[in-house]
Design a protein around this ligand. Structure first.
Ligand code: PMV
Length: 326
């Protein structure tokens, strides 16, 4: 069965997880997060039952690394255990998994979110059949979201779209229809020096984390209200404050973690100096910038880059409705 899922971009970020001494894959967040699922960037996962025992994994036409294979095997076992216990489903001896992205790695789009969302759905589809799997997604997205979360926290939010809130065990759809665009300004495709998993673990060393967590409920409420009102002028400053804050918090860790490049900082400072604008940014754990807008703003962004003498590629995306089986 083939499943396709898109990455999501967080407007309120998952930044820090509860520490578990017994299970590193619990991925329970320190705070609720809100995101927008995209539609153009996509991970495609094909899962085929095979008679040989175990799981084989091909990633972008290459044999996967041992680290990636280990995570995928654990995830396949988790999903199969759920299907066996809940539906008494017969589990195949093994699976051949083939996964590919239509967007390059390192673009600032979280491929682990789309990968684990698609993998979860592909396994459910291969074991149960396409229609029962889609039925499960429609009627019990929470369970699939909770399963995907164990593969990668932010994957919990890629099982649905467009606007999604993840509080603890699973995400839920906010049922907001607002066709926003996301133009990703790609300053670098180099792999990040510190993974988001390592950043989550380092965050308790940041003296700024406690203050962030105290102020987040108010910001989270305000972001949700702005989304419901479909008010970009209200949403924009909130998501920019949020994005800059997660970087300040991680830069205060011991040892400090830096994701922003000088180009990113120059671009952001210039954007924030524009008195009235119809686009606003957010940034994940990387140097690339997501610009949210209602209209197409690529000409304006190209103009800013040119004026500042910066080189960047633009990836155009927009909000989407969640994963599907093919
Ligand atoms: O799901 P992870 O462990 O890759 O963490 C994602 C962290 C951020 O992308 C920075 C924020 C988020 O909520 O997606």
């Amino acid at each position: 069965m083939i499943a396709e899922a898109s990455p999501n971009i967080a407007l309120i970020k998952y930044w820090g997880k509860e520490v578990s001494t017994c299970d590193a894959t619990r991925n329970l967040p320190l705070n609720p997060s809100i995101s927008m699922t995209l539609s153009q960037a996509m991970t495609r996962v094909e899962a085929r039952a095979q008679s040989e025992q175990g799981v084989s994994l091909v990633w972008d036409n290459k044999t996967a690394s041992v680290a990636d294979l280990t995570k995928v095997v654990a995830h396949v076992q988790r999903v199969c255990a759920y299907l066996h216990v809940t539906f008494q489903a017969e589990i195949p001896t093994g699976f051949a998994i083939n996964t590919s992205n239509n967007f390059p790695h390192g673009t600032g789009l979280a491929s682990s979110a789309s990968a684990f969302a698609a993998l979860t759905l592909a396994i459910v589809g291969e074991v149960m059949g396409a229609e029962p799997a889609m039925q499960l997604l429609r009627t019990d997205m929470a369970t699939l979201s909770a399963l995907a979360r164990r593969g990668s926290g932010s994957a919990a939010r890629s099982l649905s779209g467009a606007f999604v809130k993840w509080e603890r065990e699973h995400a839920e759809n906010l049922n907001i229809a607002w066709p926003l665009r996301d133009t990703v300004v790609i300053f670098s495709r180099a792999p990040k020096a510190v993974s988001s998993t390592d950043a989550h673990s380092a965050l308790p060393t940041s003296p700024l984390l406690r203050g962030r967590l105290a102020s987040l409920p108010e910001r989270t409420r305000a972001v949700e209200a702005a989304l419901r009102a479909r008010d970009l002028q209200m949403l924009g400053p909130l998501i920019e404050t949020e994005a800059l804050e997660i970087h300040r918090v991680v830069e205060a860790c011991s040892p400090p973690i830096h994701y922003l490049l000088p180009e990113t900082k120059k671009f952001l400072a210039h954007v924030q100096s524009i008195p009235k604008r119809n686009f606003f940014f957010t940034i994940d754990a990387g140097p690339n910038v997501h610009v949210l807008s209602e209209a197409n703003v690529s000409d304006e962004l190209q103009g800013i880059l040119q004026k500042l003498g910066l080189h960047a590629e633009l990836w155009q995306d927009e909000c989407g409705a969640g994963p599907r089986l093919i």
